[in-house]
Design a protein around this ligand. Structure first.
Ligand SMILES: [Zn+2]
Length: 346
């Protein structure tokens, strides 16, 4: 097959940042995606409805008039989050979901949750009203090996939340391990997981090919090949519990290539091409639509989009540009280091 038409995809996890970076990256998402779950870890974070409304306005200003695109806003959960305010923000349609960052887990997560028992009452309210919880699923104890942090979070924290509040709709975001695929597959029906293009494309060797490769550093960090294969299996086989969240996370090249480089990969521009190639490599392109356009909408009780997009397979690989031009800063595009023949029709 060298041509497919699919329902316009959604990106269930994206970082738009703010200011100049926001203006640059929003069109890269709105071109190929109809909706996005917008992460709240700005500096300072989005903690309440008022901040979410303001942030949404800034995003909407950056959407090209030719694109119809809906940002779904999230609130950053802290030990001070007020259940009543959350309830009214959700019921008024201002905020769609809540994001749980264990304190210190990733970029701008210092205000995250240290003690999970302090937020259980908030999670109970969310379960009552049907508001989804999005989780960065890694423990942050510096004594725990960075490659084991997701697995241990599942055993210690996620399993506790799922057992205590089985009615809570949960997305374990950007999963990276075989253990996560198994836990989500076997877990309760309200639990699903998102997967990024980069965790499907690369294993942890990519960070060290011929030297240190800061542009492949992200959190959760890339894992061993056996884990990547497990992710590719659940994504491409069409399992209902797994869907796309790009976790596209722009940082300037100078902040990545530094003594203490930032975690995050910017992949919005070429995500759909790269995913089509990964599914095609498995001879399962027929399941791409489920992963990018259907499973996530179903999990969030939303209708799939009305619009469609077309993808074509070219004779020669597409040319993945190195970085953004025409801006006052440089951001590197994610390059999966294998030939990508698929292109989204303009
Ligand atoms: Zn993220």
């Amino acid at each position: 097959m060298d041509k497919i038409e699919i329902i316009k995809p959604d990106d269930w996890h994206v970082h738009f940042r703010d200011d100049e970076i926001l203006k640059a990256v929003v069109p890269e998402t709105s071109r190929h995606f109809a909706r996005s779950m917008v992460m709240p870890n700005l500096v300072p974070p989005i903690l309440n409805a008022r901040q979410a409304i303001e942030y949404k306005k800034r995003i909407e200003k950056a959407i090209p008039t030719t694109d119809s695109f809906e940002p779904l806003m999230t609130i950053y959960l802290t030990e001070e989050t007020n259940s009543d305010e959350l309830k009214s923000a959700y019921k008024n349609g201002v905020v769609f979901a809540v994001k749980l960052y264990p304190a210190g887990a990733t970029t701008n997560s210092d205000s995250g949750v240290k003690d999970i028992t302090k937020i259980m009452h908030v999670l109970e309210t969310m379960a009552e009203i049907g508001m989804p919880l999005l989780i960065h699923g890694e423990v942050t104890d510096s004594n725990i090996d960075i490659f084991d942090r997701e697995k241990i979070f599942i055993d210690k924290t996620l399993d506790f939340i799922c057992r205590e509040i089985p009615n809570l709709k949960i997305t374990l975001e950007h999963i990276t391990t075989k253990e996560a695929t198994l836990y989500v597959n076997e877990g309760n029906k309200n639990l699903a997981a998102s997967i990024t293009p980069h965790h499907l494309a690369l294993n942890r060797n990519a960070i060290f090919v011929g030297g240190i490769r800061p542009h492949y550093y992200c959190l959760p960090i890339l894992k061993r090949e056996e884990h990547r294969k497990a992710l590719v299996k659940v994504a491409t086989e069409g399992s209902k519990k797994f869907f796309l969240g790009t976790d596209s996370a722009p940082h300037t090249i100078s902040s990545k290539e530094s003594d203490c480089g930032c975690a995050g990969i910017f992949n919005s521009t070429y995500s759909m091409s790269i995913l089509a190639q990964i599914f095609d490599n498995q001879a399962l392109i027929k399941n791409l639509e489920k992963f990018v356009s259907i499973n996530g909408a179903n999990h969030y009780n939303l209708e799939p989009n009305k619009k469609k997009i077309k993808l074509f397979k070219l004779k020669k690989p597409i040319n993945i540009l190195k970085d953004f031009k025409n801006f006052n800063f440089n951001i590197k595009h994610f390059d999966p280091c294998f030939p990508v023949f698929w292109k989204v029709e303009k």
